[in-house]
Design a binder for this molecule. Structure first.
Ligand code: UN1
Length: 480
């Protein structure tokens, strides 16, 4: 597939063009231009927000069945086109084709889940403290949401932000990641095809200025952002400064503890998946492998064998297990941290070199670094690539201490056959999500997603928790 798409904004139901200022490239083959894009700015954001605002009264007052039907149909279309959309996603982002198709199916499932949630929105009915008075609470739509989405899940994250926003009666202006606009544009087309009224969902493609314009716009009631911590802090300040709702999902430095009593095959599989699959480009990826003394050497050796055997290559090649990094900058970040880790005294066990492949792409050899200390930069800063480091500890208590000793707190995992340690870990791990004998990455869509400390801010995303951010409570008193 080498055709180049010509993307447009979607504003008030119209495809709006602009100067072809941007491009997205195939990270597996940098000669392949996936899409040419317009570069939106204040004018496009203003028009999109005005359209979303105008569409809000009818959409929020429509029967929830109307909203459910659109989301359900969009979910069906996404699932029917899983091959085509998954291929576009893998071509543009670089995750392997099974990962791209898997993510597409997940997006379809999310749309369908929130179709049901549209009908389940509910409040409470309480007796008042005053005799004869009744109190009710309602959950109501808020208004226009600005959704700023990342490149690493180019269809699932747009779906998991847009679906609850729309299900509960809000309207949306989305800014997709600059590196992966084509996948988001395909989702926008499907929402239109599924019957979404004009103005309810708008897409403005562009650079950071589009996100900033959304954050600053007085008619945008809430911002949901997934991305880096640096950008997230700017979003928070901008949104808080004008009392907009804000929800941030940012980095992780997720620990995976492996205890002496672990099933070693399970431990290796869990670490391999969590650290390397999707090229390590998941905010839930395991990057600090914290291993107790008794199993340490066996675990490192067994994991190294598997890591060395991973086939790196073109995301669309069926033999590939690890696709490229999304961009040159992301690839260089991995190599930079590998070098820093070695300079700081880490031992390179496998990887570290640049794979030589036939097609020019942003490839990183999956890398394992052992004998690192918790305070080294490789263990405190997010790499976001197929790179993991091991830390040797004497027992569970030390492992837990090291796991929690981080500014982040998204996901945390443990591999153990001890019920006692598993239960203790679930209670004491300072992370929003804990995983026992499972990879830190890879989550369900019908339960809350989010972290603690610097990883997240605001209400949880996804599942039955999503209504908190995308609705507001009204308390109604009556006497009769
Ligand atoms: C997953 O682990 O399945 O950006 C999802 C990210 C997260 C999503 C992870 N917000 O990587």
């Amino acid at each position: 597939m080498t055709d180049t798409l010509h993307l447009t904004h979607l504003i008030d139901g119209e495809r709006v063009d602009g100067a072809r200022a941007g491009e997205s490239h195939n990270p597996s083959d940098t000669n392949d231009i996936v899409a040419l894009t317009p570069d939106g700015g204040d004018a496009e954001v203003n028009a999109a927000v005005a359209a979303a605002r105008a569409a809000f009264p009818a959409w929020s007052e429509a029967s929830p069945e109307v909203r459910a039907d659109v989301l359900d149909k969009a979910g069906t279309l996404v699932m029917e086109r899983r091959e085509q959309l998954g291929r576009l996603l893998s071509r543009e982002e670089g995750k392997t084709l099974p990962e791209g198709i898997g993510e597409t199916v997940r997006a379809g499932r999310i749309l369908k889940y929130f179709a049901g949630e549209a009908l389940r929105l509910h409040g409470q009915n309480l007796p008042s403290v005053r005799p004869g008075v009744e109190v009710q609470t309602y959950r109501q739509a808020v208004g226009v949401y600005g959704l700023i989405t990342p490149w690493n899940f180019p269809i699932a994250i747009p779906a998991w932000k847009a679906a609850p926003a729309l299900a509960f009666g809000n309207t949306v202006v989305m800014k997709p990641a600059g590196l992966t606009p084509a996948t988001a544009a395909a989702l926008a087309d499907i929402l239109v095809e599924a019957g979404l009224p004009k103005g309810v969902f708008n897409l403005v493609i562009g650079r950071g200025g589009v996100g900033q314009a959304l954050v600053d716009h007085k008619d945008v009631a809430g911002i949901s952002f997934t991305g880096s911590q640096g950008v997230g802090m700017g979003v928070l300040q901008g949104a808080a400064g004008r009392q907009a709702r804000v929800q941030l999902e940012m980095g992780g430095k997720n620990p995976l503890i492996v205890l002496d009593d672990a099933d070693i095959e399970r431990a290796v599989m869990v670490a391999l998946d969590g650290s390397y699959f999707a090229t390590g480009q998941r905010c839930t990826a395991s990057s600090r492998l914290i291993v107790t003394d008794g199993i340490h050497d066996r675990f490192v050796a067994a994991l190294a064998d598997k890591v060395a055997a991973l086939r790196v290559g073109n995301a669309l090649d069926p033999n590939t297990q690890i696709g490229p990094a999304v961009s040159e900058a992301q690839m260089e970040t991995s190599y930079k941290y590998i070098q820093i880790a070695r300079e700081d005294g880490g031992r390179l066990v496998t990887g570290g070199d640049r794979p030589q492949l036939d097609t020019p792409g942003w490839y990183v050899q999956p890398t394992l670094i052992a004998d690192t200390a918790p305070s080294m930069r490789i263990n405190t800063e997010e790499v976001f690539g197929p790179v993991a480091s091991t830390i040797r500890v004497k027992d569970y208590e030390e492992a837990l201490h090291v796991a929690n000793d981080t500014e982040f707190g998204l996901a945390a995992g443990i591999v153990t056959t001890s019920l006692k340690h598993a239960r203790d870990f679930q209670r004491r791990a300072r992370a929003g999500m804990t995983m026992v004998n499972l990879p830190t990455a890879g989550v369900d869509y019908h339960v809350p997603f989010g972290g603690t400390k610097s990883s997240s801010y605001g209400a949880r995303e996804q599942g039955f928790a999503a209504f908190e951010f995308y609705t507001q409570t009204k308390t109604s008193y009556s006497w009769s």
